[in-house]
Design a binder for this molecule. Structure first.
Ligand code: NI
Length: 178
């Protein structure tokens, strides 16, 4: 099991566009497994490779209550969408922030699984929201981008404070460990 470091907004690396996975091999499966470990440990319902500074089109999701239904989508593509739904979203890269975002309610998506097999699936509700949120990450987009400038500014300020506090705590820890 390997836990990967999750980049936090507004880290510029979250803006990189991920590239298509050409071959699903052992190295890709290893990334998928590490991403799942990282997502479950966080804990979160979804994680895009971009968030762990791996710029390949891979996302993992588990929206089940029991956390026993891992889903892996490699090179995910939305084929069709329908309706509109406003859902409260959060993100492991934007800790502690939850805001309403409007997106299509139902989607049809095409992807490859961790064995390189193509599949198509329909999704609605939380799963549809989550898939769209994670695909956005692969395109360098964060859910905060959908909010007003005022809200974006407020979020950057709040996270800036959190980062400073975390850095201070780390400093204290190292000092007392000496
Ligand atoms: Ni996210």
């Amino acid at each position: 099991m390997a836990l990967l470091e999750i980049l936090e907004y507004p880290d510029p690396r979250l803006r990189k566009k991920a590239v298509t996975v050409e071959h699903v091999d052992k190295a890709i499966r290893r990334i998928v497994d590490d991403m799942l470990d990282t997502m479950y440990q966080a804990p979160g319902v979804g994680l895009a490779a971009t968030q762990v500074n791996i710029h390949k089109r891979i996302i993992v999701i588990d929206v089940s209550d029991e956390k026993n239904s891992p889903l892996c989508l490699i090179n995910p593509e939305i084929l069709d969408f329908e309706g509109n739904a406003e859902t409260e979203e959060g993100c492991l890269s934007v800790p502690g922030i939850f805001e309403m975002v409007e997106r299509p309610e139902k989607i049809r998506v095409k992807a490859m699984d961790k064995h390189g097999e193509s599949f198509e699936m329909a999704a609605d509700g939380l799963l549809a929201t989550c898939i769209q949120h994670e695909i956005d990450h692969l395109n360098g987009k964060v859910f905060v981008d959908y909010l007003s400038n005022f809200k974006q500014q407020r979020i950057r300020k709040k996270l800036g404070k959190q980062h400073k506090q975390a850095a201070k705590q780390k400093q204290l820890k190292t000092a007392s460990a000496r």
